[in-house]
Write a protein that binds this ligand. Structure first.
Ligand code: SF4
Ligand code: SF4
Length: 60
């Protein structure tokens, strides 16, 4: 489960291009993750602002 911290996100789009599952989409100033996320964690490492976090299954 990928958590997006919208207070930290600078909407640079780096994670969108890095996602192998194309699960991330930047719509103007709103970053979305969809169900195609496989939880690989690549985006959490690439984000320069630490806005993405991977958690265990379950709640958002
Ligand atoms: S890489 Fe980080 S700061 Fe950039 S759009 Fe993704 S979550 Fe936001
Ligand atoms: S955890 Fe992996 S699959 Fe999920 S949004 Fe991030 S880069 Fe994409």
């Amino acid at each position: 489960m990928l958590i997006i911290n919208r207070y930290k996100c600078g909407y640079c789009g780096a994670c969108v291009g890095a996602c192998p599952a194309t699960a991330l989409e930047l719509v103007e100033t709103w970053l979305e993750v969809d169900e195609s996320c496989v939880g690989c964690g690549i985006c959490t490492k690439i984000c320069p602002l630490g806005a993405l976090e991977l958690t265990e299954e379950g709640e958002t």
